[in-house]
Design a protein around this ligand. Structure first.
Ligand code: ACO
Length: 338
């Protein structure tokens, strides 16, 4: 999508937070019938971080990542106009962004959740960029945070080995049009395949003394379900198309990008997408060996680490793509401006 903008938007700083508790593949092999070798060969994951005590939550992780991003931006929380929390695992069905706003003391900020599973961070960055590029807001905090350990069936070896908890945050700020760093995007949804990956709500057979009068049914959310093979095929076929469409609209050739930052789901997916685009593997940003799939948090955590490792340089072009439940997938092309 070619943007028509009044102002520029650029990422000023990043921050991330993961729980202290690390669970290694060997430990999982004591819970389910799996092995370190299978998990590493099929996914690249070696360990993942999991919330362990009741004091830790999605709010503490998201707030900690946000405070680090604000500190790295040398910004006071009171300067934030808007907080977008990309999450599919809030601790309140009405949303968790407002609790993050309160915890970090950003009391002038509007705050809302955005739910789009593993594509949530990409969608949130694009949403934030619209508010800045049309002149509505100047400083926006975008947080990707998920704690899917709460929704995993820990006896299901096909999913429990994949996911971890974490949060990553970016501060996006307005700038001149010439300095714009959020260059373009391409987004997609296919609700017809929603059943391939979901945490479904299911109604129970309630037989309360009032149910025959009120005709009310109630239920609960179930454990995460994923058809891994279908999601794999979807990701390696559709993500390269999204990236190519986005780069073409910006007149950028795949070989001219510096970094490919995909949702950290599976090492094989990262390489398959890069191969299809003839992007060399040294341009792939990957840290999923340490954290597994942290859903909406995976891209901002990997971005934060790549910046800490001083990989990303001024004016580098970073192609960022998310994909996951919905099904949703999409790309945002970023130019690093610092
Ligand atoms: N340990 C050992 N064996 C296992 C395990 C395990 N943990 N899990 C499955 N197996 C077995 C299966 O039972 C199967 O055995 P069978 O051949 O006897 O039936 C065999 O291993 C192969 O299973 P597959 O499911 O075909 O394995 P595959 O190579 O497809 O890898 C995986 C599975 C890693 C899940 C892969 O399909 C994948 O990465 N899919 C995409 C996931 C993804 O991208 N998600 C992103 C979005 S997440 C979100 O939006 C929240």
């Amino acid at each position: 999508m070619v943007l028509s903008i009044l102002k520029g938007a650029r990422i000023l700083a990043t921050g991330s937070a993961v729980p202290d508790l690390s669970i290694k593949n060997e430990e999982l092999s004591q819970i389910v019938n799996t092995s370190n070798e299978w998990i590493v060969n099929r996914t690249g994951i070696q360990e993942r971080r999991i919330l362990k005590n009741k004091e830790e939550s999605i709010i503490t992780l998201a707030s900690s990542a946000s405070i680090k991003a604000l500190k790295n931006a040398s910004m006071n929380p009171l300067d934030i106009d808007l907080i977008i929390l990309a999450t599919s695992s809030p601790n309140d069905l009405f949303g968790s962004a407002a609790q993050v706003q309160a915890k970090i003391g950003a009391k002038k900020a509007v705050a809302f959740d955005l739910t789009a599973a593993c594509s949530g961070f990409v969608l949130s960055v694009i949403t934030a960029a619209q508010f800045i590029q049309n002149g509505s807001y100047n400083n926006i905090l975008v947080v990707g945070a998920d704690v899917l350990s709460k929704w995993i069936d820990w006896s299901d070896r096909s999913t429990c080995i994949l996911f971890g908890d974490g949060a990553g945050a970016v501060v996006i700020q307005s700038c001149s049009k010439e300095e714009n760093g959020i260059l373009g995007f391409q987004l997609n949804t296919n609700g017809k395949e929603a059943q391939q990956l979901s945490i479904p709500y299911k109604e129970n057979d309630i037989d309360s003394k009032h149910s025959h009068l009120l005709h009310i049914n109630q239920g609960r959310f179930q454990h995460l379900y994923m058809n891994g093979k279908e999601v794999y095929k979807f990701a390696v076929s559709q993500v390269p198309i999204s990236i190519l469409k986005c780069l073409t609209s910006l007149n950028i050739l795949p070989e001219n990008i510096q970094w490919l930052l995909l949702h950290q789901a599976n090492e094989r997916i990262l390489h398959a997408v890069a191969n299809r685009l003839s992007i060399t593997s040294n341009k792939i940003i990957s840290n999923l060996n340490k954290y597994g799939n942290t859903s909406a948090a995976s891209i901002p955590i990997a971005l934060d680490e790549a910046l800490k490792d001083k990989k990303i340089k001024k004016d580098d072009i970073i192609v960022v793509s998310g994909f996951g439940a919905g099904l949703t997938w999409g790309t945002v092309v970023i130019q690093w401006k610092y």
